[in-house]
Design a protein around this ligand. Sequence first.
Ligand code: PRP
Length: 210
Amino acid sequence: MAYNKLTIVKHPVVARDLTILRNKETRTADFRMAMGRIATILAYFALKDLPLKEVGISTPITTVQGYEIDTEIIIVPILRAGLSLVTALLNFIPDASVGHLGMYRDETTHEPVDYYSNIPSGIDKAMVLLVDPMLATGGSADDAIAFLKKKGAKNIRFISLISAPEGLKRISTKYPDVSVITAAVDEKLNDNAFIVPGLGDAGDRYFGTT
Ligand code: PRP
């Protein structure tokens, strides 16, 4: 896919854990563990070009030039399933702010329905990490990005676990400035707009609500 803002994360642990997540026999506890491990690897790739600023510090022995991250970071999970990716990012950036966007996909129209939003101030200057494990039609991500841009966000990275070509095309066409980090680009959507082969409903499987 010709999309120069797309990173598809390749890693043996990701390949093993995607298999665990896709397997319908996987129990909730194992699903959560696998999601947590993949989230850590996605976070590593999503953060690997963070801007740094130099700072002078003193070790117990001498002084040395060190580094601090030179941007505010706001993590925004799309509820519910996006919550599964937050902890991994906070482990790397413990002082990040976390906003929330509540939206679910209407089962008939497949259109996103917004039900909650709480976005921290300073979004215009921050790097915004929008997270949702599934990018299917792209309707939810599209809505979320439009909302964040309206709030002033200028630097948005979208982190997903599994993406459908349809959703990727929608986001890359409409928002060519938004980077996408994902672990898999699956084959297609089915008639219910579920990703094929996918893993089913990520929120239900992660929260044990099937
Ligand atoms: C799922 C998923 C995304 C959205 C993807 O959420 O977590 O948010 O659908 O579909 P789209 O790209 O076609 O918009 P769901 O509606 O199942 O809500 P949940 O996270 O509360 O389970």
